[in-house]
Design a protein around this ligand. Structure first.
Ligand SMILES: Cc1cc2nc3c(=O)[nH]c(=O)nc-3n(C[C@H](O)[C@H](O)[C@H](O)COP(=O)(O)OP(=O)(O)OC[C@H]3O[C@@H](n4cnc5c(N)ncnc54)[C@H](O)[C@@H]3O)c2cc1C
Length: 418
């Protein structure tokens, strides 16, 4: 029997009563529709990289779309004027980094900065994934969905999708307030993504959009570089922060076939190189359960808390050196975005922090030793261990700075309302 622990990157979560992997478009719709008709809890899962699920059994249906085709519908279309747009369509179950590798390999610009983000194409538009100065929103042409309310398929345009910072109309459809599930639809949106069409640009170079990346490449922000070089640099920076998933998960029975084999092999080789370098470096901290500590750093949901966007008067109460960036509040008025990692660190939760005086080498759950914002499973954590850690961090930041941290992952059977 499959459990959420087998199919999520953080590796916790209970047994699933019914796990389906439809291989056709109609099969996906039927699986969703059948669960909805019967009033069963439904979770459409992708790579399970943005989910923290309770260890209690899940008495419902989990659907994982097994369609993973990526096609270029207008490959042979004549170029009109200077238009270098190339449309690429990907089925929802396609692995996100397979998609990025494919488009970069084809000489297309638009998503190279999003290299190495775990998960699927279907989920990429749910939370509008972003990293290193790029967001998926800027490349999305349309999203084909199954609407669970009207029971029809629809093509949603960017205007319908209401993309924002780690948000979209899809994500909003399952919440009534931050981290507060709506009565219907949660933990999967009203709109189940069937495929996404992207508008990319025929160009072998892309723009370096982020300071850390520019530093790694030895260029300035705004400079143009080969997209292949940007992809390599992003993967290297991500690896140094433990922000790549553990590629060994794709050789486990429950995950096999969900990512292209050649890309899994490339990831495994990259990991082996990192391990060699680490072995050569003195005093690498040892991990729990016989694995190097850095491996456990990859057993996370990525950034666990969103960067808070605060009203200007609240932001003014933060210490002078707290990061501040202009941003929009949910009601569209100007606000200030600060850094969740900075708040957590300055509230006393440093890299590797664990409860009860433990640390990353001994505890079952801890903050990553490479990234303050990632909660990690050190080998045998329960969902309760991770929830206790998350709540301690939320309480500490609230007490120190008066800021409520909202979790980024979808929490199933777990209440982490700020
Ligand atoms: C190491 C690591 C690094 C990360 N780095 C980043 C980062 O840099 N930037 C970033 O934005 N995110 C990051 N993440 C978070 C995560 O990778 C993204 O949120 C990703 O898009 C989740 O994809 P998934 O397929 O794994 O979604 P899942 O975790 O499987 O699902 C997440 C949500 O999407 C819904 N969903 C899944 N498929 C569909 C579908 N077809 N239709 C409708 N709803 C669907 C699920 O029901 C659920 O509500 C990181 C995670 C990890 C583990």
């Amino acid at each position: 029997m499959t459990s959420f622990a087998d199919i999520t990157t953080i590796g916790v979560g209970g047994h699933i009563a019914r796990f389906l992997e439809p291989t056709t478009r109609v099969g996906v719709i039927e699986a969703v529709e059948e669960a909805d008709e019967k009033g069963l809890p439904l979770c459409v899962i992708g790579g399970g990289s943005n989910m923290l699920v309770s260890d209690e059994p899940f008495e419902g249906v989990v659907v994982r779309d097994a369609r993973r085709r990526i096609t270029v519908p207008d490959e042979a279309a004549p170029v009109e004027g200077n238009d270098r747009t190339v449309h690429v369509n990907a089925e929802a179950g396609a692995n996100w980094d397979d998609f990025v590798a494919f488009t970069v390999g084809l000489g297309l610009e638009g998503v190279e900065g999003l290299s190495g983000i775990p998960g699927t194409v279907g989920a990429s538009v749910v939370q509008n994934i972003g990293a290193y100065g790029q967001e998926v929103a800027t490349s999305v042409e349309s999203v084909e969905v199954w609407d669970r309310e009207t029971k029809t398929t629809r093509d949603l345009a960017p205007a319908d999708l209401a993309f924002g910072y780690r948000s979209s109309a899809l994500k909003s459809s399952m919440y009534v307030a931050p981290a507060t599930p709506a009565e219907r639809f949660f933990p999967t949106p009203r709109y189940v993504v069937l495929s996404v069409t992207f508008a990319l640009r025929h160009s072998a170079t892309g723009t370096v959009g982020f300071g850390q990346l520019a530093k790694a490449l030895g260029v300035e922000v705004g400079d143009r570089m080969a997209t292949t070089a940007i992809r390599d640099a992003v993967l290297a920076v991500r690896a140094s922060k433990g922000m790549l998933e553990d590629p060994t998960r794709y050789v486990e029975t429950a995950m096999i076939g969900t990512k292209r084999e050649e890309n899994v092999i490339a990831d495994l080789k990259r990991l082996a190189r990192i391990e060699e370098e680490r072995a050569a470096a003195p005093k690498a901290p040892a991990g729990h359960a016989g694995l190097p500590a850095a491996d456990h750093n990859r057993h996370s949901c990525g950034s666990f808390f969103m960067n808070p966007i605060l009203p200007a008067d609240q932001a003014a109460t933060l210490p002078e050196d707290a990061p501040r960036f202009p941003a929009e509040l949910p009601d569209g008025t100007p606000g200030v975005k600060t850094s969740a990692a900075w708040l957590i660190d300055h509230a006393g939760f440093h890299k590797g922090f664990a409860l009860d005086g433990g640390d990353a080498s001994s505890a079952r759950a801890s903050l990553s030793t490479l990234h303050t914002l990632a909660l990690t499973n050190r080998g045998d954590a329960s969902s309760d261990d991770l929830v206790a850690l998350a709540k301690a961090v939320q309480a500490g930041v609230r007490e120190r700075f008066g800021v409520a941290l909202v979790p980024e992952p979808v929490c199933v059977g777990i209440d982490l309302r700020p």
